[in-house]
Design a protein. Structure first.
Length: 432
């Protein structure tokens, strides 16, 4: 830990002794303070689905923290978590119709990521048994799943068994190693002057909460917002500029997705992935356009927002600056396969799912029953929980990874379907 971070920790310790925990956290919409957030995945803190974000109700303004003596009098609101209910294979819609061998490569990737996680012994056992299975034999794969897993329906605390299923993908945009008139939007690495402090080191109740900020004299301030970062672009940036890209709106959506590829002028490609975020909460530009009357709610998809931006180039930067959140990247090896998810393994197109790991363990097989984007055509198949996302909160909530490129982006941008989830667990991990 850097010397400046020790100084910040000392100040925080003094503050937490005097100020109750409730003065650190917002009570409205469970939204963190602008520079206080939870632990991060490769997808960062930004919701990956602008249409869903635009349709969601806006959170009220941050309430003023009450005086310290009043905080302990407020009873904490404790919500019951989603639960898992044991089910049978017959409960899974179209279980017998899915081509399960198509899930096998993703399951093998899950086994690689599961070995070092909590409750690893149970997963190591089933993964060891999987090595004896011919992954090309449909009947053998089906016998394996049915013999070694128990399906559990995911049920929200209020009894709802149906939730929202959205989609995401890995985009391709154009860029360069050098800045010029065409390539003028920077892809920024993590700045050297941004503090990132795990507050659980100071206050155990703040485990998995992270403070991001900057030092100005002897004060700790929120890190720069998107608009402030853009305003400082002409000055010396306290970090590495990885690349320069052509289209600011396409890069904005790459920040939302959390990873992507950049095609250079010579035809080669660079893969980039989420490294950190400036700590400010995500604000939906789709919702803003709807509120202004520039778009109808049903038009506030990725494609609709991009079309608006093409028609109003002079207003794009101001629109983007209305979202104070900013994602920083790192350059990744140009390996085969999908981007690396929160499980630490490459994602498999149309078989990897982003979930809320508080309720569905990363790595687990998950039966998904939903419909294809903008249709009533069933989409029932075995998925693997291998990623997380800033907007993926709750039990019956998931993000479907469509893969790489334009076609995947079209599907992901239109996907906002109702669906149900069943998580498959080894017997020793089944809830009692």
């Amino acid at each position: 830990m850097q010397k400046s971070q020790f100084s910040v920790l000392r100040r925080l310790r003094r503050y937490t002794r005097l100020t109750p925990l409730c003065c650190f956290l917002l009570t409205a919409c469970a939204t963190p303070l602008p520079w206080l957030s939870g632990g991060d995945s490769q997808a960062g803190a930004a919701p990956r689905d602008e249409a869903a974000a635009a349709a969601a109700p806006a959170c009220p303004a941050c309430p003023v923290c009450p005086p310290a003596p009043a905080c302990p009098q407020a009873a904490p609101v404790v919500e019951a978590p989603p639960r898992l209910e044991a089910a049978t294979w017959a409960d899974l819609p179209d279980w017998q119709k899915d081509t399960l061998v198509a899930s096998w490569p993703a399951w093998q990737e899950s086994c690689r990521g599961l070995a070092s996680r909590a409750n690893a012994a149970a997963w190591v056992r089933v993964c060891s048994l999987a090595r004896e299975v011919d992954g090309q034999d449909e009947a053998a794969v089906r016998r394996f799943y049915e013999a070694h897993f128990i399906p559990h329906a995911v049920v929200e605390a209020d009894g709802r068994r149906e939730g929202m299923i959205t989609g995401y993908y890995e985009p391709l945009i154009r860029g360069s190693r050098q800045r010029d008139a065409r390539y003028a939007t920077p892809v920024l690495g993590v700045p050297a002057d941004m503090l990132s402090i795990e507050l659980g080191d100071v206050y155990p109740d703040l485990k998995h909460r992270r403070l991001r900020g900057r030092l100005e004299g002897n004060k700790v301030l929120p890190y720069w917002s998107r608009a402030e970062i853009e305003a400082r672009r002409g000055q010396h940036w306290p970090g590495k500029v990885l690349l320069w890209v052509e289209d600011p709106i396409e890069f904005f959506f790459l920040q939302i997705q959390g990873s992507g590829r950049v095609q250079l002028p010579d035809g080669s490609r660079v893969r980039i992935g989420y490294a950190d975020q400036n700590g400010h909460p995500y604000q939906s530009i789709g919702r803003l356009l709807v509120e202004r009357g520039a778009l109808k709610l049903e038009e506030a998809s990725m494609q609709g927002i991009q079309a608006w931006a093409r028609a109003h180039p002079g207003q794009v930067q101001a629109l983007l600056n209305s979202n104070p959140s900013y994602v920083f990247f790192r350059e990744l090896p140009n390996a085969e396969g999908g981007p690396i998810g929160a499980l630490g393994v490459p994602l498999t197109p149309e078989r990897s799912l982003a979930v809320d790991p508080r309720y569905i363990p990363l790595g687990a097989p998950v039966w998904l029953a939903t419909t294809r984007p903008n249709s009533s055509q069933p989409l029932h198949r075995l998925m693997l929980a291998q990623d997380t996302g800033g907007a993926i909160k709750g039990g019956v909530r998931a993000d479907f990874f469509w893969g790489f490129g334009k076609e995947a982006g079209e599907l992901a941008g239109r996907m906002k379907q109702k669906g149900r989830l069943w998580v498959l667990l080894p017997a020793e991990l089944a809830p009692r």
